[in-house]
Structures are given as C-alpha cells and as structure tokens.
Design a protein around this ligand. Structure first.
Ligand code: UD1
Ligand code: CA
Length: 463
C-alpha cells in the first residue's frame, strides 16, 4: 500500500513572486501538477498535498486541475514553513495507523518520469528498506544536499549544501528530494528532528539520516530531478520539457523545421506527416491532422485541425478546421469557429463563432462574427457581418452557393437564401429569399458637364 505526499507549502522566495512557487507554470501545467502527473505509473491509496504559503490558492488551483478529476487529493496545512521535515511532521495525525509506504515528492521537481518513480518504489519494496531515496550525479551540484554512500548504494549521510565542509562540497551525488519511506519507521523518527543547522529548519534529510537501512537509487537522466528555485531554472526546465516533447513527435513522424523556434505544449497531439514550420506555437488541447502544414508564424490553441490543412502566419483558438482547408496568411479564427472541408480563409480575415460549410471561401479582408454559411459560398473581399447592435450579438445566415459582393455589409439578424448574389457595396438589412440578385446601395448619379464653381473659367460678376 502506497500513499504519496507532495511538499508544496514553501513560498519560493527566490522566484521573487506573489504566486506560490509550485503554481508557476511550465508549459500547460503548474509545477505541482507536473509533480502529480509523474505518479501515473504507481498505484496510490492516498494523495496528500502539504500546503502553506497562500495555501488556499494552491488548493483551489489543484482542485480545478485535471489531476483532481481522476484522483482524490487531500490537503494538509503547514501554517508555518519550518522546513521539509516539519512539513512531513504535519502528516502524523493524518496517517495515524497507516502501515504502508509513503512516497514524498518535492513540489518543485516537475520533470520526473513516471518510470523513475516506479523504479524507486520497486527497489524500495524488493529490498525492504526503511527508506529509499532518489539521487543523481550533477555536473553542477551547487545548492543540493550531498549524498554519501558505501559501495552497495547504502546511504551513510545526507548533508545540505550550506552545512557541507569544502571537502564534502566536492561530492557531486545529490539528493533529488524524492523519497520512499516505510511510514511507521518514518513516523517514529519525525518527532526527534531538531532545527540545529544553518537555516534553523527541520530537515527531512535528518529523518533519513536516522533510518536504517536506507538505499539510494540513481536516476539515469539527471535532468529529471532538477529543482526549480528561480526563474532561470524555470526557463531551463521549459527547454528540457520542450526537447522531450519535440523528440517524441519527431520520432512519431512529425517534421519540425527549426525546432528551437517552435513551442509545443505536452497536451498537443500531432499525427504523422505533420510539418511544423518555424516560429509556430501549439498550445492546450490541440490536435493537428495528418499531412497538415502549420506555420511559419502561427499560434494554434485548443483547436482541432483536420488533415492536409495549411495555416500560414495565423492565429486559431478554440476552433475546429476540417480537412483540406487553407488558412492565411494573417487570418484569425476564435470563439468556436467550425470550418467545413476545403475552405479557403485568406488574408486579413477574422472569424468569430462562425460555422462555414464545405468549400466556402472567405479570401480577403473580412469579418464574420456569429455567422453560419452553407456550402460553396463565396464571401467577397471586405464583406462584414454587422453582428452587434450595441447591446446584443445577432446571427447572420447565408445559404448554399451564395456570393457576397466586395465591401458588402450584412446587418444581423439576417438570413440570405441559397444562390443569392449581393452586389458590391451593398448594405443588406432585410432577409433575402433564394435565387436573387440584391442591390442595396444608392444608384450611381451622373451629372454631365458639372464642375465645382471655383474651377470654372472666371466670369464677370457684374450685371
Ligand atoms: C531540498 C533538500 C535537499 C535536496 C533538494 C532537492 C531538505 C532539507 N533538503 O532542499 O537535500 O537536494 O531539496 O531539490 O529537504 N517545503 C514545504 N514546507 C517547508 C519547506 C519546504 O512544503 O517548510 C516544500 C517547498 O515548497 C518545496 C520543497 O518542500 O516544494 C523543497 O523545499 P526547498 O526549500 O526548495 O528545499 P531545498 O533547499 O531545495
Ligand atoms: Ca528546491
């Protein structure tokens, strides 16, 4: 039986932020959400999160997270942050009588792979250790607790960086802050902790020093255990995460052109033969269908893009684009747009909450808001749907095969039938039945020989 506790009570002073450190975002998730998602390969009976600095905010944010939808989270308050040992002491009343193992995770170590935690737990259980801790060999171990072992990976001592002698600082094997404890053993030593160290804090690492036997497990890829203490480390973790995500998609058959200029959230799904061009950013719950080419210079967020779509220098949010549609350059789709298959949405076109039928074109300089079109509609250059009367938004409907002339304005609410032609420059305010030509503008007036008074040849003003 395994319970897990995540240490998330610290403020994270070095972030220089009002926001608790564990709520800072890394791609699509907060740091602590990343930590929780690293539990996916182990089965836990309870998940406890220790909160303190702005604890209500951390609780709120995690309660609303996707993780909470599948796992019940318990929140334990640590009202004063007196150290990692003190944080785990807060669990004593909550885990009274619990006989299983406790995984302890630092809330600021977001890049752990699920397999690593599983390996830690398996090693712990196979060897019946009192504790097993995750360690790594770091090129630059500054700031981390140093781990001293005998040849059999049995722990002798952990010493915090600031409590190390110069000789001890030479050791590059560090404590990752990820532990597995036999809970009854840990519970017995927690009350003995003292704050007799450079920071006057209760160290969880001291509890580890009291237990026996304690084994260490080295993580293969040290990047997994990098802790986030400041914004520079947050940026470095983002780079590592991006490299992982991009490597995965390239291995799965996606082409990334100039990967360093592209960002992809871990929540994005890409089908084979997708090509992502430079300066493109894919965020949230986005899916890109096979053979589509996105970018250069596009931002796609929470959108479903079908197969063989192109999107050039465009922004698409919260929308669905069907197969073979060509978008851009410089188009903006937002607010639940749905396009049919084979549409063309061209230069400087904005679509909002609009549904286009198949093979419909909106090729230049248009705004369609709250509009529904049929199939094979041609929306002429500069067509605008006037959807807002100053109080409410209204819908525009355009039937199959209709064509709006350049610079026409459709004043909603309005319904245009099938096979309608709207003359250029029309302002259409009333519904139009099927099969009509509509001309809704003033007729051109010609006045032969007319000139401005001042430009006429001078005339005598006498008489
Ligand atoms: C800790 C370890 C160190 C290890 C490093 C790995 C101790 C004493 N040291 O140091 O050996 O190398 O992690 O990243 O444990 N927290 C609380 N309550 C507190 C204090 C901290 O919940 O009172 C939480 C923080 O929010 C954070 C985590 O515990 O998520 C780690 O705290 P932090 O102060 O960053 O520990 P380190 O100094 O990095
Ligand atoms: Ca830390």
């Amino acid at each position: 039986m395994v319970a897990v506790a995540v240490l998330a009570a610290g403020r994270g002073t070095r972030m220089k932020s009002d926001l608790p450190k564990v709520l800072h975002r890394l791609g699509g998730k907060s740091l602590v959400e990343w930590v929780l998602s690293s539990l996916s390969a182990v089965t836990t009976v309870r998940q406890l999160v220790i909160v303190g600095y702005r604890g209500e905010l951390v609780t709120q944010s995690l309660t609303a997270s996707e993780h909470a939808a599948t796992s019940a989270l318990e929140f334990v308050a640590q009202t004063e942050q007196l150290g990692t040992g003190h944080a785990v002491q807060q669990l004593l009343p909550h885990l009274e009588g619990f006989e299983g193992d406790l995984l302890v995770l630092n809330g600021d170590v977001p890049l752990l792979r699920p397999q690593t935690l599983k390996h830690l737990l398996d090693t712990h259980q196979q060897h019946r250790n009192a504790a097993t801790i995750l360690t790594a060999h770091l090129p630059n171990p500054k700031g981390y607790g140093r781990v001293f072992c005998n040849g059999q990976n049995v722990l002798q001592q952990i010493v915090e960086d600031r409590d190390c002698t110069p000789a001890q600082k030479q050791n590059r094997r560090i404590n990752a802050g990820i532990y597995c404890f036999r809970w009854p053993d840990l519970a017995a030593v927690l009350p003995k902790l003292t704050a007799n160290n450079d920071q006057n804090e209760y160290y969880l690492t001291d509890a580890v020093n009291y237990l026996d036997p304690v084994m260490v497990v080295d993580v293969e890829d040290y990047q997994e255990i990098l802790g986030i203490n400041d914004r520079k480390q947050l940026a470095a973790a983002y780079d590592i995460l991006q490299a992982r995500i991009k490597d995965n998609w390239m291995a799965a058959g996606v082409t990334l052109i100039d990967p360093a200029s592209i960002t992809i959230d871990d929540t994005v799904v890409l089908e084979p033969d997708v090509v992502i061009e430079p300066q493109t950013h894919l965020r949230g719950k986005t899916v890109i269908g096979a053979g589509s080419r996105i970018g250069p210079g596009s931002l796609i967020e929470n959108s479903q893009i079908g197969q063989q779509v192109t999107a050039l220098y465009s922004v698409i949010t919260d929308s669905t684009v069907a197969a073979n549609t060509r978008i851009g350059p410089y188009a903006h789709l937002r607010g639940q747009v749905e396009t049919g298959a084979g549409c063309r949405i061209g230069n400087f076109v904005e679509l909002k909450n609009t549904k286009l039928g198949d093979r419909t074109n909106v090729a230049h300089l248009s705004y369609l808001g709250d509009t529904t079109t049929g199939n094979q509609v041609n929306v002429g250059a500069g067509t605008i749907t006037a959807n807002y009367d100053g109080v409410k938004k209204h819908r525009t409907r355009i039937g199959d095969r209709s064509k709006t002339g350049s610079n026409s304005v459709l004043v909603a609410p309005i319904t245009i039938g099938d096979d309608v032609n709207i003359a250029a420059g029309s302002t259409v305010t009333e519904d139009v039945p099927n099969d009509c030509l509509v001309i809704a503008r003033a007729r051109q007036v010609l006045k032969p020989g007319w000139r401005l008074q001042s430009s006429k040849p001078a005339q005598s003003s006498e008489g």
